[in-house]
Ligand binder design. Structure first.
Ligand SMILES: Cc1cc2nc3c(=O)[nH]c(=O)nc-3n(C[C@H](O)[C@H](O)[C@H](O)COP(=O)(O)OP(=O)(O)OC[C@H]3O[C@@H](n4cnc5c(N)ncnc54)[C@H](O)[C@@H]3O)c2cc1C
Length: 405
């Protein structure tokens, strides 16, 4: 049997494309290499699935053409996504601008998608690894597991490389390349960063609201604020995820990457306050004095990095040493030397060049009838529901084209 469309990958993007195409009376085949569709969805948002965000604009996306996804998100954005899930009988709820299924369970999202696919009689083959695809005349032929399927259209929705155990393993790039598409070198994003130095074990486990400035050599490349988690290897937490793609991209370009952490970002009068406290707290050691300002472990590490004995009396602290401590509280330098890789990354930056797909339809400019969606494209969103919104948006956009011509 010849299908109207074959979709490679049953992630959020592929499932959305399948539902949209099937709703337009197309015969759809959805192929998935894992034993179940949508495994990654279950892991999203710490099992709660952060679907989207109330703050959505062009600045939320990155890639070779960072403005590429937004016009499509204007077509199918937050309100359309909510309406879509409501049409599947699932309520969506908002918490501080972040959107989740009302059940707060990612499994609900997966369940309503798979129920709808079944209701629309989409053929789903799991455990099916697409090895090869080609187009002859007006027919796509898809090969895998010793079988061949045929369709008029092909949608590649195979994701990137992040967390292979959940499905995506980079094979989508190979398929896109076989159709002569250019792939911008992928790298992990939304991931923890490794720092240089031996002091991390002393502060591992500390969480501190900080603002961060990221420098590549001398250039400021990113800024962020939030709760930073120190680990035995470096830094983690949502603000670190947000800056990670810039830091990793700079490391790839062999730049020296330094993150300067303001450990007291809300304290604008640090020096004046510390001087005032000095007048009444002259009986303290340097260590206990600064513990009144900051986490004990951070104070200890700052003194260690500055070679200032913690037990020294605050009265005997030299002016120069006093200023150095304050400076390090406001600009705690972490030299970035690596990252935790695809196994820990939430998304893949890089991917199929957006220059070679049509903005607004996601059809390949190289081969008619071929569409590319989701994380497989050179589009990555910041942390906060933006990647799932893009996966659903792009799946919808491509699915809608099937059978139009
Ligand atoms: C731990 C974790 C938490 C996350 N949390 C959030 C969050 O809360 N909010 C958010 O917006 N984003 C989140 N993300 C990111 C988001 O999940 C992804 O960006 C999104 O799933 C991408 O959708 P996709 O359909 O393009 O690709 P994927 O979800 O990766 O799906 C691709 C599918 O294609 C299949 N496949 C690949 N190659 C083949 C092949 N050759 N043959 C057959 N099948 C194939 C894969 O098995 C996979 O099922 C998270 C990611 C992770 C890893």
């Amino acid at each position: 049997m010849k299908y109207d469309v074959i979709i490679v990958g049953a992630g959020p993007s592929g499932m959305m494309a399948a539902i949209t195409a099937a709703q337009n009376k197309n015969k759809v085949l959805l192929l998935e290499r894992m034993d179940k569709p949508g495994k990654k969805i279950l892991a999203t948002g710490n099992g709660r699935c952060n679907l989207s965000n109330s703050y959505l604009d062009e600045t939320c996306y990155r890639g070779g053409q960072p403005h590429f996804p937004y016009p499509m998100i204007e077509q199918f954005g937050l309100s359309e996504l909510i309406a879509f899930f409501e049409s599947l009988g699932m309520l969506v709820t908002e918490q501080n601008g972040y959107y989740y299924p009302a059940s707060m369970q990612a499994s609900t999202v997966l369940d309503v998608l798979t129920e709808k696919l079944r209701a629309l009689k989409v053929d789903i083959l799991t455990g099916f690894y697409v090895e090869k695809a080609q187009k002859k005349k007006d027919t796509f032929r898809v090969f895998g597991n010793g079988k061949i399927f045929e369709a008029k259209h092909l949608i590649l929705a195979a994701g990137g490389c992040a967390q292979e155990n959940l499905g995506s393993n980079g094979s989508g790039y190979k398929l896109a390349k076989s159709f002569h598409h250019k792939v911008m070198e992928p790298f992990p994003a939304l991931v923890a960063l490794e720092g240089k130095g031996k002091y991390f074990s002393l502060i591992s486990g500390v969480r501190n609201v900080s603002s961060m400035k990221v420098y590549a050599n001398q250039d400021l490349i990113a800024e962020e604020k939030g709760e930073v988690q120190f680990t035995k290897y470096g830094i983690s937490g949502i603000p670190v995820f947000q800056i990670s793609r810039f830091a990793i991209d700079a490391l790839r370009r062999k730049k020296k990457v330094t993150v300067l952490l303001d450990l007291m970002p809300n304290m604008l009068t640090l020096e004046e306050t510390a001087r005032a406290f000095q007048k009444t707290c002259g009986y303290k050691t340097v260590e206990t004095f600064f513990q009144g300002f900051l986490n004990k472990k951070l104070v200890f590490v700052i003194l260690k990095r500055l070679n200032i004995p913690p037990e020294k009396s605050i009265r005997k602290l030299k002016e120069e040493e006093f200023l150095k401590i304050l400076h390090m509280m406001k600009e705690f330098p972490v030299e970035i030397c690596g990252h935790k890789g695809y196994d820990m990354a939430q998304v893949t930056a890089g991917g199929v060049s957006t220059k070679e797909v049509v903005q607004g339809t996601l059809e390949s400019k190289i081969l008619g009838g071929l569409y590319i969606t989701g994380e497989l494209l050179d589009v990555d969103g910041t942390c906060g529901g933006y990647n799932l919104q893009w996966a659903f948006t792009s799946g919808y956009i491509a699915g809608k084209q099937i059978g139009k011509k």
